[in-house]
Design a protein. Structure first.
Length: 265
């Protein structure tokens, strides 16, 4: 028995940005009835859709009033929100993608849930070709050592998909071993260890606030780091790199490539 389009969810709430962006790319933006207040992509979503949540808090009554037939959530940090919505009788799909491969899988899964699996698979194939093209640029060239800082106090190194994108872009994450940790507390790094590993490039993406280069330069002992000496400190806005969705695979990756190319001169 075939499933007609109206049998797929028609009223969707997205509690994080990446599913909102994916749905717009799949031609399903009109089905979204509520979004996260942190959403910036696409701009029309932020302008037109009701805001129902932050990241760890949500207006449960407002969500229920929207009568969604599906709610998309992300990570263990939204577990309590998910619980409350399920107790109110709503259908919730909670994702937990942390790697580039899982981001791609997530896009296909979102597509299948809304009846647009072929379109999602085509989108993913485009991303895969794009990343392969970027990675092929290396051709044996030297990889700069990169320290990606997600938060300054305590200092937190990049999450898994960021670490993987650094490699695709042509760099080497100095805290590659931390990528296997889902939670931020296990990605806390010591200042002296950053100095010891001596990155060629420092990239800051402090979620929710501007990256302050001078603050980083003034850290004790950091004047000996190659990146500081060569003024290779850069910022990537968290909205394009710390969202585990299309933004990271496109604008986020492009930003990493541009920074690494700048280092190469």
């Amino acid at each position: 028995m075939s499933v007609s389009s109206h049998h797929y969810p028609q009223r969707i709430v997205c509690l994080t940005e990446e599913t909102t962006e994916a749905l717009y790319l799949l031609g399903c933006g009109d089905r979204i009835v509520g979004i996260s207040g942190f959403t910036v992509r696409p701009s029309e979503a932020r302008q037109q859709k009701p805001k129902v949540s932050t990241f760890i808090e949500a207006n449960i009554e407002k969500i229920v009033a929207l009568k969604p037939d599906l709610v998309f959530a992300f990570s263990d940090l939204q577990a309590e929100i998910v619980k409350q919505l399920v107790l109110r009788g709503l259908q919730v799909m909670a994702f937990n993608q942390r790697s580039v491969e899982e981001i791609l899988q997530n896009i296909v899964l979102v597509g299948s849930l809304v009846g647009e699996q072929k379109r999602a698979e085509s989108l993913v194939a485009d991303y895969q070709r794009r990343m392969a093209t970027v990675a092929s640029r290396m051709n044996g060239r030297a990889r700069p050592k990169v320290y990606f800082e997600e938060w300054p106090d305590p200092m937190i190194s990049g999450i898994r998909w960021v670490s993987e994108l650094v490699e695709i872009a042509g760099g080497k994450d100095i805290f590659e071993e931390n990528r296997l940790h889902h939670d931020a507390k296990n990605r806390i790094v010591e200042s002296r260890e950053v100095v010891k590993r001596n990155p060629d490039i420092i990239i800051g993406s402090w979620c929710g606030k501007p990256f302050k280069k001078q603050t980083v330069k003034n850290r004790k002992g950091w004047e000996s780091i190659s990146a500081v000496q060569q003024n290779q400190l850069h910022e990537i806005k968290s909205t394009i790199i710390l969202q585990p969705g299309p933004a990271a695979l496109t604008d986020g990756l492009d930003a990493l490539v541009n920074i690494i190319d700048t280092w190469r001169g």
